[in-house]
Unconditional design. Structure first.
Length: 131
């Protein structure tokens, strides 16, 4: 495991930040804040599925996230962590959403702590920290 390298925001938290319903400063404590690349996909999908002013607002928010947060890429260093988490879930019979496992693997590979409002998606994953 890598030394702690900050926070990784889950889509659930970003949606609440966009709605002004979540105070990131209350949890960040000066730590580096990032998002997994797959999280950017989820935000962009939300913009594409919306229409009118909502779509425009969501698109601007996704662009703001990319400009202000470190976007952590899925790479060959992340792949073994992803495989280990997939194995753990299959053996335990507790499969998770594909994107949640990619986010968890990204956090685990980079030593980041996931900040989420959906703790169930990340519960009991080995060497994955959740806040």
């Amino acid at each position: 495991m890598v030394a702690v390298r900050g926070l990784l925001l889950d889509t659930s938290v970003l949606i609440e930040i966009e709605r002004d319903a979540f105070d990131l400063e209350a949890v960040e404590g000066g730590e580096d804040v990032g998002v997994a690349a797959i999280t950017v996909t989820e935000l962009l999908l939300g913009a594409r599925l919306a229409s009118g002013a909502t779509a425009e607002r969501r698109q601007r928010f996704a662009e703001h996230v990319v400009e202000t947060c470190a976007v952590v890429q899925y790479d060959t260093a992340t792949a073994p962590h992803h495989a280990a988490l997939l194995e753990h879930c299959r053996r335990a019979g507790t499969m998770r959403g594909a994107h949640d496992l990619i986010i968890a693997a990204t956090a685990r590979a980079t030593g980041r702590t996931i900040v989420t409002l959906d703790r169930r998606g990340f519960a009991d994953l080995p060497n994955v920290r959740v806040r």
